[in-house]
Design a protein around this ligand. Structure first.
Ligand code: HEM
Ligand code: HEM
Length: 181
């Protein structure tokens, strides 16, 4: 369950791959939904799904972050010092960018004073009416979403380089966990 110095436990691996899929999905859904016309059947449902899944992701990110800090960090011995620093910067940047994306998403969706309904299941209240916030938070949301996709592309290339070129077990320990002894 827990992370060890040899690799990622089941909880971190599930968090990593489920949130990665959800983030790619939210990006695709976001780009698609803003191009929908008023008479499109998904004109209101697509943003409703985007906001509902996005806010659930926000809770998952908080849980994931807590899990990350209460666990030991898998060792990065054998990785070149510069790549070690770059990996740490990239991993922490993911958390910062993703938190900023969900916060701006929340702020732009609630700037008119209306709550966010999560799949007709429960509602997250608005912090109050704030004219002007919608467009500012919206612009930041879009830019950061593109930035997180760029970071994910670099991160994926780095993971593939470590696996195939350096022949390090980083991809394996994030996929199937630490080696069994
Ligand atoms: C990692 C999580 C998320 C990603 C990657 C993401 C990505 C995107 C993208 C790519 C767009 C389209 C922007 C454009 O091209 O104009 C968008 C729009 C939007 N997002 Fe998100 N989003 C995320 C989370 C959220 C959350 C948590 C909320 C709110 C609760 C939210 C609310 C919105 C809204 C309301 C729009 C429509 C903006 C408009 O009509 O121009 N998003 N998002
Ligand atoms: C939006 C998508 C993604 C995000 C936000 C993300 C985020 C992260 C973060 C924050 C870590 C550090 C460990 C942690 O805190 O859990 C990590 C580790 C890792 N990620 Fe990703 N990731 C994404 C996609 C991918 C993809 C597509 C791949 C591979 C094809 C990948 C491969 C890895 C590997 C191998 C590690 C372990 C590195 C190590 O050995 O320490 N990630 N990822």
């Amino acid at each position: 369950m827990r992370d060890t110095t040899a690799g990622y436990g089941l909880v971190s691996r599930l968090f990593h791959w489920i949130t990665a899929l959800v983030i790619f999905g939210l990006f695709g859904l976001g780009v698609w939904m803003v191009g929908l016309g008023y008479y499109d059947p998904y004109y209101t449902t697509a943003p409703h799904w985007h906001k509902s899944v996005g806010m659930l992701l926000a809770f998952a990110l908080v849980a994931r972050f807590v899990w990350r800090v209460v666990n030991v960090k898998p060792s990065d011995d054998g990785i070149a010092p510069l790549e070690r620093i770059l990996a740490r910067v990239a991993h922490w940047s993911f958390y910062v960018l993703l938190f900023a994306i969900v916060v701006t998403g929340y702020l732009m969706s609630t700037a008119d004073g209306r709550p966010i309904h999560i799949f007709d299941w429960f509602a997250i209240p608005s912090p109050g009416t704030n004219p002007g916030l919608e467009s500012t938070a919206g612009a930041v949301h879009v830019w950061l979403s593109y930035a997180v996709m760029a970071l994910a592309a670099v991160h994926t290339l780095a993971a593939l380089k470590h696996h195939f070129y350096d022949r390090k077990p980083s991809l394996t320990r994030m996929w199937s966990g630490p080696p069994q002894v």
